[in-house]
Design a protein around this ligand. Sequence first.
Ligand code: ZN
Length: 142
Amino acid sequence: MLEEFYGEIIMDHYRRPRNKGKVDPSDITAHDSNPLCGDEIDVTARVSNGKIAELKFDGRGCAICTASASIMTQKLLGKTLPEANQFIDGFLNMMRGETPFGGKEMGDLKALEGVLKFPVRVKCATLAWNTARQGLQQRNGK
Ligand code: ZN
């Protein structure tokens, strides 16, 4: 039943989240929550040569929150910090229903676009991305 609702990709990432845990030691740490749903997310990352060398998420969240965090770690790994920021902005714009987020990098993100049909869940889908952006901004400020 949940499969029909959210789709296979989201359920797969929810059941087998990628890069779950904590990077230690880390250069980037951020925490945020979505009280509307009870989602809690920690993002930790290690930066090497200006690129995101390791990136993990931890916490507890609903299916959409967890799947989105899992997909995020896969998308941002290996990117430079400006690339990662740009990618996050692109995703958040898509989730505001502004610009479609096309291109070859779309992949599993297409599944999350379906969440737009359920406005109350958009915050679940964007939580990990907003948390990662906070972490990146804090680091940029150092
Ligand atoms: Zn949620």
